[in-house]
Ligand binder design. Structure first.
Ligand SMILES: NC(=O)c1ccc[n+]([C@@H]2O[C@H](COP(=O)([O-])OP(=O)(O)OC[C@H]3O[C@@H](n4cnc5c(N)ncnc54)[C@H](O)[C@@H]3O)[C@@H](O)[C@H]2O)c1
Length: 297
């Protein structure tokens, strides 16, 4: 299959990344089915897309008519078969959990067309491992986009052990059609970007846990001292603490290296459902305007 042959894209998950994919693909002219497991998650994803596009209309980046056309291309659903059976490409953006992802891929294998390509947006998990749940290991690839999908320009493309060059060319072309730049990365936990980002996140949480610094001061230090657009705690709240914990546990298991050990504070916060922006509280409290840093002393 060539990129010109791709007409319909099925996006799995309507969360942070999933709704960003649906919007970006629809903006590029593709027909999109966005599937989540419950109506309220689908609704939430659609509302996020409407909110984003309305902002574009207000700023006169797109017209109301263009917004309506883009929304018209997106079908939100909980029905996996309806979403995936006639898709040319599936982009999977469900929770970062290997067992769950493998279960979904085994279901997709039965539902999808034989030439449909499966692209996972996993942040860390082995592409080869997920592909083993299917019979199309040559048509399985990692396409790691960044949050927010409509804004961030990079896609890391990761070939699994048996991914074909045709699949790589297709996904490289598709990513470019979505307005992104690509890098090809060999398979390893966390690929390239998260291999560096995760230890940075974990060490920031350790400093907090040990009382070395505060949320506000560390974010201030990193933005002013390293010229990052935002500090680690602000970014952690954007990424989601549950996703970060999944990645950290996965790194620890895969690398068998204690440098990826998880700070107790991170695990406690996830158990308390303080997951960052998506639950209203993480390292900052978003019920206040502007958000206030939480105290951990
Ligand atoms: N958050 C980030 O910054 C970021 C960046 C790059 C990649 N990722 C990766 O993208 C994926 C999704 O992350 P997210 O931040 O969007 O998570 P999220 O928690 O915001 O959304 C995940 C969604 O998947 C849904 N889901 C669960 N099981 C499902 C199933 N069987 N079918 C369809 N939907 C299902 C959940 O209901 C939820 O709405 C993860 O693999 C994550 O590692 C995240």
């Amino acid at each position: 299959m060539k990129v010109e042959d791709v007409k319909k894209i099925c996006v799995l998950g309507a969360g942070l990344m999933g709704n960003g994919f649906a919007q970006t693909c629809a903006q590029a002219g593709f027909e999109v089915a966005m599937r989540d497991i419950e109506d309220r998650f689908v609704e939430n994803g659609l509302n996020m897309i409407k909110k984003n596009l309305s902002r574009g209309v207000k700023k006169e980046k797109i017209t109301q008519e263009q917004m309506d056309t883009i929304l018209g291309r997106i079908n939100g659903t909980t029905d996996l078969k309806a979403a995936a059976s006639d898709a040319d490409v599936v982009i999977e953006a469900i929770v970062e959990n290997l067992d769950l992802k493998k279960k979904v891929y085994a279901e997709l294998e039965e539902i999808c067309k034989p030439d449909c390509v499966f692209g996972s947006n996993t942040s860390s998990i082995s592409i080869t491992d997920m592909a083993s749940a299917t019979k199309r290991t040559d048509k399985f690839i990692g396409m790691h986009f960044f949050n927010p999908v409509p804004v961030m320009r990079l896609v890391e493309i990761i070939k699994g052990y048996e991914t074909s060059d045709e699949t790589y060319q297709l996904i490289d072309g598709l990513s470019k059609k979505l307005g992104k730049q690509t890098v090809l990365v060999n398979e390893a936990p966390g690929f390239a970007v998260n291999r560096l980002l995760l230890p940075f996140f974990l060490e920031a949480i350790f400093t907090l846990q040990e009382g070395v610094t505060t949320v506000e001061d560390m974010d201030k230090a990193i933005t002013l001292g390293l010229n990052h657009p935002m500090g680690p705690f602000t970014l952690l709240d954007f990424v989601g603490l549950d996703t970060t914990l999944f990645i950290a546990d996965y790194f620890y298991k895969e690398f068998q290296d204690s440098k990826y050990r998880v700070p107790t504070l991170l695990r406690k916060m996830v158990r308390a459902n303080n997951l960052g922006r998506k639950t209203g509280k993480g390292f900052y409290d978003y019920s206040q305007k502007p958000p206030v840093p939480c105290s951990f002393r």
